[in-house]
Design a protein around this ligand. Structure first.
Ligand code: FBP
Length: 559
């Protein structure tokens, strides 16, 4: 037995709540189907790419009835992409549903992410293994990876592995890119009459895999609570010592949901939102001026300290940066196989890149500190995304604010002291022990994934709705993956992908920041959320995010 803290031991015994009718048991629910669906845009192209799974109806489970298949089934499960709290509970929910339906059913876990199914690396998940991971953070039960599943060769190999194990269904637990791959696999399996279905589960701490049917991706709740705890602690420190400006970058590769939620939970002095920067077409210099002005105004009332939150993906929202990064993406895709480029020194690479950019982009690129240039040129991830977690935007902003303040000082517009601390919160939150919300939600998502399999569906994302209500009122069902798709440019080519949900600037969540940020900039209205609580009054333990409450209820419960 592994050594464990008292909390770890207690959490293993927590019994997650099951969503609505799922609590009746896997053998006591029935499938209902709605109208046919389409895709968010590029309907013709998406239909042509996914002729076998396009347009399926939305699925919903209702109480009673016994119309789900009772055949023995083997299922394979994959954890894909970045870790998110609750992944182990998705697997536990899937396992419990599968074993309740038929004790002979087997669950295989593919190791190390999607590559596991291609390379035939797996373990059979047993009671003993599952019981030691219930309600725990992390993806270490089987590991995760970012291998892209998209080639005929990979699908063919996966089929051989599945046939050897008599696997009838594959569950892919992942974000937008991984579920795009789940849809490609579902299409291929159906087209080739393999009889193997593919179901996805919505994961990502970034919170950008959401739409009318998917209210929240799992992990967002726990990760944002963890970051909010840390930000609150830093706010206390800043307010005690009164000597540092803390610039805190928060994970969230594209959308700024994590930063916005953390801001609403903690009320810092400055919060940047990438989507707003893009809409207002703010330049890097304007962003720097905005921050420097708040620093100067606070200094004028004797406050040489403060907290600024910066979304990880900010850099890609700044218009001039976005255009330059898009050019860099295309250029790097061409240069990755060019050995003469690969053999250049770092400085020669910068010059070679600049010589291929247009003059405005080249000037911007050359104006950046070498460290940032190097970070912008790092390999893209297998899905073509810039690795924004490695770009030190918080340090870039600190340096530029410092220069701006020196200039303001010379002009007599600033008379303070700017001492900085840079932080990046990302990995700290991705494997935290799931909150009660994520424990319940994830368990339900996994249980529901098996219900979708039993209902004979493929190319669906497991969906649990009505999540701001008690779990007994949650609604279980499935959303066709093609319904969430559009075409986007990746690696220099148009590709079908699940559309990311960005922060809505006319929505209630952003308004809650917008209506308060002037006040929060000058008066210190800091909130100190403290650590996630797992045991105690429901008002402390079971609340979900402010984002979800505002989106669903338009008002906050217990906040
Ligand atoms: P997913 O979209 O796979 O959930 O991952 C998101 C994320 O956590 C981002 O917030 C972050 O930029 C990225 O993963 C970091 O990736 P890596 O784990 O490969 O460093």
């Amino acid at each position: 037995m592994r050594e464990m803290s008292p909390l770890q031991k207690e959490r293993l015994n927590y019994k997650p709540k099951l969503a609505g009718v799922l609590a009746n048991g896997i053998n006591n629910i029935k499938l209902t189907l709605g109208d046919k669906t389409s895709s968010v845009s590029n309907q013709e192209e998406i239909k042509e790419l996914f002729p076998n799974v396009f347009g399926q109806p939305i699925a919903k489970f209702a109480a009673a009835g016994e119309n789900l298949s009772t055949e023995q089934k083997n299922v394979g499960v994959i954890l894909s992409g970045g870790q998110a709290p609750g992944g182990h509970n998705v697997i536990a929910g899937l396992f419990d549903a599968l074993k309740t339906q038929n004790k002979e059913n087997k669950l295989y876990g593919f190791l190390g992410g999607p590559s596991g199914i291609v390379d035939g690396k797996y373990i059979e998940l047993t009671d003993e293994i599952i019981d030691s991971y219930r309600n725990t953070g992390g993806f270490d039960i089987i590991g995760s990876g970012r291998t892209k599943l998209e080639t005929q060769d990979q699908f063919q190999k996966a089929l051989v592995v599945c046939n050897n194990l008599n696997i009838n269904a594959i569950v892919i637990i992942g974000g937008d890119d991984s579920n795009t791959n789940a849809c490609l696999l579902a299409e291929w399996m159906k087209k080739n009459n393999t009889g193997i279905s593919v179901i996805g589960c919505p994961k990502t701490i970034d919170g950008d895999l959401k739409n009318d049917q998917i209210e929240i991706s799992f992990g967002f709740d726990t990760a944002t609570k963890t970051y909010a705890e840390l930000i609150g602690n830093i706010q206390r420190d800043a307010n005690s010592a009164k000597k540092y400006w803390h610039f805190i970058k928060l994970m969230g590769r594209s959308a700024s949901h994590v930063c916005l939620e953390a801001a609403l939970q903690t009320q810092p002095n400055i919060t940047l939102i990438g989507e707003e920067v893009e809409q207002k077409q703010q330049s890097l210099d304007q962003i720097v001026s905005y921050i420097a002005n708040i620093v100067a105004k606070r200094a004028a009332i004797g406050k040489n300290f403060g907290i600024a939150l910066i979304p990880e993906g900010l850099i890609e929202f700044i218009p001039e940066m976005k255009v330059m990064i898009a050019s860099l993406n295309d250029l790097l895709a061409q240069l990755e196989k060019d050995s003469s480029y690969q053999n250049l020194s770092q400085q020669e690479k910068y010059n070679a890149i600049a010589s291929k950019l247009d003059s405005i982009q080249a000037k911007l690129f050359q104006s950046l500190p070498n460290q940032i240039k190097a970070q912008l040129l790092m390999d893209r991830d297998p899905h073509g995304n810039v690795q924004v977690s490695k770009i030190e935007t918080e340090k870039l902003l600190i340096e530029m604010v410092r220069v701006k303040l020196e200039q303001m000082k010379k002009e007599g517009n600033y008379d303070g002291k700017f001492s900085d601390q840079a932080h990046f919160f990302g990995y700290e939150g991705r494997c935290a022990a799931p909150s009660n919300f994520d424990s319940d939600y994830c368990y339900s998502l996994g249980y529901n994934a098996f219900a979708l399999i039993q209902a004979g569906l493929t190319g669906y994302l497991s969906s649990i709705k009505n999540t701001t209500k008690p779990a007994s009122e949650w609604v279980a069902g499935g959303v066709p993956l093609t319904m969430m798709m559009n075409l986007e440019r990746r690696h220099g080519q148009m590709k079908p992908v699940i559309k990311k949900a960005l922060v809505e600037l006319n929505g209630p969540v952003f308004s809650a920041l917008e209506n308060n940020r002037e006040k929060w900039a000058m008066n210190d209205c800091y909130i100190f959320p403290g650590a996630i609580q797992y045991f105690g009054p429901s008002s402390v333990c079971d609340n979900t995010t402010i984002t979800l409450q505002l989106e669903q209820e338009k008002t906050l419960v217990n906040v």
